[in-house]
Design a protein around this ligand. Structure first.
Ligand code: GLY
Length: 440
């Protein structure tokens, strides 16, 4: 099943269960200062959970575009870390609850996309006997396939949250670790979490306390790329049809082959993930800048450009990848296809700007690290990190990543101090300018 077909099958299934299908919401949160970007399917729906707004229907289903940048440096280095992904979700606002959510998830997995029941495992919150019994007595899941986990409580910042029940797919012992207690919830690749059912009963307040919600809700999240990887028998999400065409196009441009060299593969995966993220962010109206969401975009885009350089690509390569991304995502995310030309202009502009200074910046950083290494130092001074940022447009995180590849750390405090000094100089210059203008 293709990724786009999977998305459609999911949404249609929940429409058949009385859900209203909505298009993805923008990655830019609306009226929610607690979030920089939408990071879960439920995030744009928070006011419906809390009762602040009345939903257009008490059952909603979406495939929501999401961004998570908490561990950006892992993207490209593991099978499943992404900045951008889509989350399939079915939601109930004071309507159905635990039993229906569990039954429908089981029905979709075993009857619609026909996953092998013997390879499915579930976990429940330790004292959630109702969830346990529903899985075991009503869905027929063997007790050996159910475990109770303290970790089964889901929340993202402030807002609606609650105990959850997770569904795992057993990828087989060859993906496992040596731990004799390896089971769902283990960090290794054997048991892959494919769906999370959250029984949303609380509202996490800004002070960290939990207030019971007026009514009980359901919030579920299933990563589209992950589920596609299971259905398509792929080793990683990157090999699914939702991402692989970007890897192919980049490999062709670079004259390299995927799966040939681990370093090259990291760069191909970074670029594939980031090309999707950049396209989605810009099409939702984020523009590169030095703060907030714009900085997230700039950082991701420039990281991708640097990995293009590592692959030996000269010149513009990210801009044409927008076409490939839109071909993949367009059928499911209408807003992306409409904005394609605009996205390409923004990417090209930023790519050209960074290309002008990338080479010099890299030369400077590499020779600096050579000198520091000769002096047996292990930290790149903050003033140098600042120079790379200010003169060569290197987000500090990029400098940190390149430095760490050579066993170095960076001086964060020194960098912050240099930034502060620059802001003060700029403020003083503005005051002087204003004084000049005010003097007749
Ligand atoms: N909101 C459920 C999840 O993101 O897993």
């Amino acid at each position: 099943m293709k990724g786009n077909e999977l998305r459609q099958a999911y949404l249609q299934f929940f429409e058949s269960k009385g859900h209203l299908k909505l298009d993805t919401f923008s990655l830019i949160p609306e009226n929610d200062p607690s979030l920089l970007l939408i990071g879960a399917g439920m995030a744009p729906l928070k006011p419906f959970f809390t009762g602040k707004l009345v939903p257009p229907c008490h059952r909603i289903t979406t495939s929501q575009t999401c961004m998570r940048t908490g561990d950006l440096e892992n993207v490209g280095r593991t099978a499943r870390h992404h900045t951008f992904f889509e989350m399939l979700g079915n939601f109930s606002f004071g309507d159905y609850f635990k039993k229906e959510a569990i039954h429908w998830a089981w029905e979709f997995l075993t009857e619609v996309i026909k996953l092998d029941k013997n390879r499915l495992y579930v976990t429940v919150y330790p004292d959630d006997q109702e969830a346990y019994d529903t899985w075991h007595k009503e869905c027929g899941v063997e007790e050996s396939h159910i475990s109770r986990l303290e970790d089964n409580f889901w929340e993202i910042g402030e807002g609606p949250c609650g105990p959850d029940s997770e569904i795992f797919f057993d990828q087989g012992p060859e993906h496992g670790c040596d731990d004799p207690n390896c089971a769902p919830g283990c960090d290794c690749d054997r048991y892959l979490e494919i769906w999370n059912l959250v029984f949303t009963q609380f509202n996490k307040m800004p002070d960290g306390s939990y207030e019971p919600l007026q009514h009980k809700n359901i919030d579920t999240g299933a990563g589209l790329e992950r589920l596609a990887s299971v259905l398509q028998g792929c080793r990683t999400n990157f090999e699914t049809d939702l991402i692989y065409p970007i890897i192919e196009a980049t490999a062709k441009r670079a004259g390299v082959t995927y799966n040939d060299n681990p370093n090259t593969d990291v760069s191909l995966k970074v670029i594939a993930d980031h090309a999707r993220a950049v396209t989605a962010l810009i099409s939702d109206g984020v523009l590169p800048s030095n703060e907030g969401r714009g900085y997230v975009l700039r950082r991701i885009l420039r990281r991708a450009v640097r990995h293009g350089r590592l692959l030996g690509i000269e010149g513009i390569f990210l801009t044409p990848l927008v076409d490939v991304v839109v071909d993949i995502l367009g059928p499911g995310i209408k807003s992306i296809a409409e904005k394609k030309d605009f996205v390409k202009r923004v990417v090209q502009n930023e790519e050209e700007r960074f290309n002008q200074t990338l080479e010099q910046g890299l030369e400077l950083l590499n020779s600096l690290i050579d000198t520091l290494a000769a002096e047996k130092a292990t930290v790149v001074p903050g003033s140098e990190v600042f120079k790379l940022y200010d003169t060569y447009g290197f987000p500090w995180e990029l400098t940190e990543e390149i430095a760490s590849e050579r066993g170095f750390t960076i001086d964060h405090e020194g960098f912050e101090a240099a930034m502060k000094e620059q802001r003060e100089r700029a403020r003083e210059a503005r005051v002087k300018e204003d004084a000049k203008v005010a003097t007749p």
